[in-house]
Design a protein around this ligand. Sequence first.
Ligand code: S3P
Length: 737
Amino acid sequence: MSKLTKRILIVGLGLIGGSLAKALRSRTICQTVIGYDRDQAELDTGLRLGVIDEAATDLMGAVENADVVVLAVPVKAMETVLAEMLPALRSETIITDVGSVKGNVVRAAEQLFGAVPENFIPGHPIAGSEKSGVAAADETLFEHHKVIITPLPESNPAAVTLIARLWQAVGAEVLQMDVERHDEVLAATSHLPHLLAFSLVDTLAQEQDRTDIFRYAAGGFRDFTRIAASDPTMWHDVGLANKSAILQKIDEFTEGLAQLRDAIETEDGRTMLGIFTRAKAAREHFSKILSGSAYSQVMNIKETTFHVQPGGQANGTIRVPGDKSISHRSIMLGSLASGVTEVSGFLEGEDSLATLQAFRDMGVVIEGPHQGEVKIYGVGVDGLQQAPGPLYVGNSGTTIRLLSGLLAGQKFDSELSGDASLSKRPMERVAKPLRLMGAVVDTGENGCPPVKIKGGQALKGMHYDMPIASAQVKSCVMLAGLYAEGETSVTEPAPTRDHTERMLRGFGYQVEKQDNKVTLSGGGSLQAGKIDVPADISSATFFMVAAAITPGSDITLEHVGINPTRIGVVNILKLMGTNIELLNEREVGGEPVADIRVRYAPLKGINIPEDQVPLAIDEFPALFIAAVCAEGETVLTGAEELRVKESDRIQAMVDGLKILGADIEGTPDGAIIRGSEMGGGVIESHDDHRIAMSFTIAGLRAKGEIEIRECANVSTSFPNFVELAQQVGINVRKEEL
Ligand code: S3P
């Protein structure tokens, strides 16, 4: 590697200075690493351990000959050291520092130099340990750690680049921030936790029986207070240097602690559980962000690819995860109910978790999910509180559309946003009817998210003649209807899933149904209850089709919801000749459930009856695969809604199947698919979970390997899809980058 610069002087050979020196030397990033420290012993150790090439005893001389000076002294000493070296500093020398507070260093430089020199680039490596001194120097300390540099508007871009490259060269990831923001962020993420650890240990150490406390203090105390062994001088300096931001955070924390104290004193279990469950969820979410796997605006989704080898089978008995539509509604209605709702079989997929998080953000205490169990402490129809910021709902269309209705009736303003795919989906279909009820709702560009809702509006009941068959629109209007004066009714052009109606009734809310019209009146209340979420027929579909297309297959899917408004896939597969049996039919919590057994039988092409389309709306990507494996032609019409799902599903399936060599043509509202052979190929799923899973089962009949790109979103509805697919005999492997 060519060297970045010639002579780098590290002033202050502590843990950070020493580690940087050692890393620079071991990777030969510059010609010479010179160390300076007031403590001769540290310098000697530095030389002896090979941390530095040369030890300087005269600061002025060393500064004069340096190309880059790194100030690695305690925060409060920065000013003194800068003042000392000022006369020897050449204008072209680049200076940086490693202090964990930036405002004070910048102010000190301003005072000394009149203005911050253009070659002074403040920096802060977010790395360290409770150890100190050059003997603890670790050349890997910065690897995969973040370094924040805080250049000023007047900074020299070449100097900024050099400092950034220097940190990158020792393995760090470099970020830029402005000085003030840096100090605020660090007060919360580093300074406050350190001060709390010091204070806790100090407080406990003063108690009479402290020996016992420390003798028996195992996990919790040890984990929480590890950082109380950090360097006291350094933290003294940080405390003073970042005074105002730290005081602000201490005040916020004190308020939070007082709230917890109160809750314990008054035995207010709900508030306690609220604090703990919110904290646990936030901590887990942060861990996921840190490991790059959470759904979140700030995350980099891991690039996930499925590799499917041709052949394989679909045999056995499995239970797929809980129904997504019912899981969403269980959180929504459970939150609005009075009393505690216990949910089992909840889908722990990213979409329903987004709904769960939204209600936590609005002040609802929710325990779990833990193995599908969720406990919701309902706040009553009027008990939601304003979320601290916009509600981010990831990829979930159901969350954003149903919540729009529910939030239109609240006293507070709300904003809903989502990921790139959701941000392209139409929201005017819900905004329009809500406006007719008196809601104030804005959508973003082209009627897409974000959805902004103004609270405090008096909604009026109305009759809505729905132009499209959409359960999301119907449910949105009904949820707004809970808050509207008088009657709200919706007529649908064709039957759509009726989980909202069923669950409302289950919670004791009166909902009338007459032909294709549902009606409810505002102002009622919901009573908490138990909800058993059946397995999702939309997830079961992939395995039903898998068995339907693979000779010799025999698969049973347990405890699947067979609500008549969801059963289109069973009807369509039967019409195509599949051998399907519904076994052990029963009703669970107002929803019909069965075990579904599917055995292979030769398939034939059909004209899909249009009345089945809304009943199988999410199942068409998989049904396209079945059609390719059928003899003759299958024609789908009346399915233009497929073009506005998580992707344009008609286009995505047509493009993908053509790549595999299948005979398919897209039409504006469907497709014409002729039975044909499939080869291998590389398929784009367009971040759409159902496209990814459909091409996975195509592998059972394909002649070559299928590689499916952008599969991370499978976790929105079916987190253990790959594991179950492998279990039944599909040769799929997941690769995450
Ligand atoms: C859903 C309704 C359907 C469906 C979606 C879930 C629901 O959407 O595609 O996956 O839970 O209400 P539309 O209402 O847009 O048809």
